[in-house]
Design a protein around this ligand. Structure first.
Ligand code: ASP
Length: 419
């Protein structure tokens, strides 16, 4: 990651500066940046995404079948959904507080343009109905993770209730699960190259200059992300499990780095699942449910960006938001975080829904779009850390957390031994 940042940063300065001969500069940007780096980076992200549907389906099915108890599954679901919503609510409140303190949009003074077009957010009813698949193959083909989750849980419960034939099917899926996990491990070995290319390509095109002009906004989002990630999650872990937050973040460093490089919690999911089970010590019966669910509905980092962005846009247009509007922002950003797809940039699209709800001009998004990719990388890392923290708390409360694994020093050595 650091090497990619350095190479990308150097190319970003050298190519437009005219230091290099023109043909060399063109060749570098055509063959190296848009050619090699982009191709390898995209192939890497595609191969990660490739694993998502098989991994979620098979590992969740195995997890549900091994729980073997519907009441336990229900408890797991309500605990994790409750905690996911709670942490998102805290995240957005923290973001609003910090944004009101820093006042990032003060003095920008924009007038509201008379016309702006806004897309309508889908109604709640449709969102709810869409969680339930009418065709499991279509759900998998379209990568509809919530639908895949529902199908896998249903099949897992049926397996648990099917006696001998259920055991045979479960044994097959257990084996398949090991094979898929091994595929993920193979891909992980390519990670350094993939991440280098992604980051180098990104920073070669991304002028750091934009950060300066939107400095206060950028700083407010990053500060809120840091406080939430290392403050809220640490408190949560300490209070509910007594585990060391420092060790938690050390164990979660791989998925957080992947999330930062890909800006997609969906693509990072295979890595998250592996780290949460192997390094953090969460039992697969919990992690196989909480991690894909979290990657789909839990986006604390995204909610933080939306909170700060709302305040920023309101200030830039000199619009006063009352207490009621802020409460509405908390509610809407929590809902938007559920509806945000786990891919790059969608958080910004969902911001439209929040802005609409409180009557702010949607074209304000144009103000912050320049720094959004960088912030997307940071907030996706927080989204993924949140999935890990909630999974740990839920597993601990169910007695399904392996403390020995969590406290094991030198994860890499242990990984090599497993491999
Ligand atoms: N990139 C984020 C994620 O995948 C979503 C967003 O905030 O745009 O988690």
């Amino acid at each position: 990651m650091a090497l990619g940042l350095a190479v990308g940063g150097i190319l970003n300065v050298l190519i437009p500066a005219g230091v290099l001969p023109e043909t060399l500069a063109q060749g570098l940007s055509y063959y190296l940046i848009d050619g090699l780096f982009d191709t390898v980076g995209q192939i890497f992200v595609r191969s990660l995404k490739l694993m998502v549907v098989p991994l979620v389906f098979v590992s969740l099915l195995c997890g549900t079948a091994s729980l073997g108890n519907d009441a336990k599954m229900g408890r797991l679901a309500s605990k994790s959904i409750g905690l996911y919503m709670l942490t998102t609510g805290v995240a957005i409140s923290l973001a609003l507080f910090i944004a009101l303190l820093i006042q990032p949009g003060l003095g920008i003074d924009l007038a509201v343009a008379s016309e702006f077009s806004a897309k309508d957010a889908p109604p709640l009813k449709t969102t709810l109905i869409n969680i339930f698949p009418s065709n499991p193959v279509a759900a998998m083909a379209d990568g509809q993770i919530l639908q895949v989750i529902v199908f896998a849980i249903l099949m897992g419960i049926a397996i648990a209730h099917c006696g001998k034939s259920g055991e045979r099917v479960a044994a097959f899926f257990d084996d398949l699960n090991s094979v898929i996990m091994r595929m993920v491990m193979l891909l992980m070995q390519l990670a350094p190259i993939g991440i280098f290319c992604l980051i180098a390509k990104l920073f070669a095109g991304l002028g750091i200059g934009v950060i300066v002009s939107l400095g206060a906004y950028f700083f407010a989002v990053v500060l809120a992300l840091l406080l939430h990630c290392f403050g809220t999650y640490s408190l949560l872990l300490r209070a509910m499990t007594g585990l060391s937050p420092r060790r938690f973040f050390v164990n979660m460093r791989a998925p957080m780095a992947f999330a930062f490089s890909t800006a997609s919690s969906g693509a990072t999911m295979p890595v998250t699942l592996r780290a949460v089970t192997d390094n953090v010590g969460v039992d697969n019966s919990v992690a196989s449910f909480t991690v894909p669910l979290g990657a789909t509905i839990n986006m604390d980092g995204t909610a933080i960006m939306q909170g700060v962005a709302t305040v920023f846009i309101a200030q830039a247009y000199n619009i006063d938001l009352g207490l009621e509007a802020y409460l509405m922002v908390i509610l809407m950003a929590t809902l938007a975080s559920i509806g945000t797809a786990a891919v790059p940039g969608v958080g910004l699209v969902m911001l439209v829904m929040v802005l609409n709800q409180v009557g702010l001009p949607v074209e304000g998004i144009g103000l912050i779009i320049g720094v959004d990719r960088l912030l997307d990388m940071c907030r996706t890392a927080v989204n993924v850390a949140g999935d890990g923290a909630v999974s740990t708390v839920v597993a601990h409360s169910e007695g399904l957390h392996d403390r020995g694994r969590f406290e094991r020093e030198n994860i890499e050595a242990a990984d090599d031994a497993t491999a």
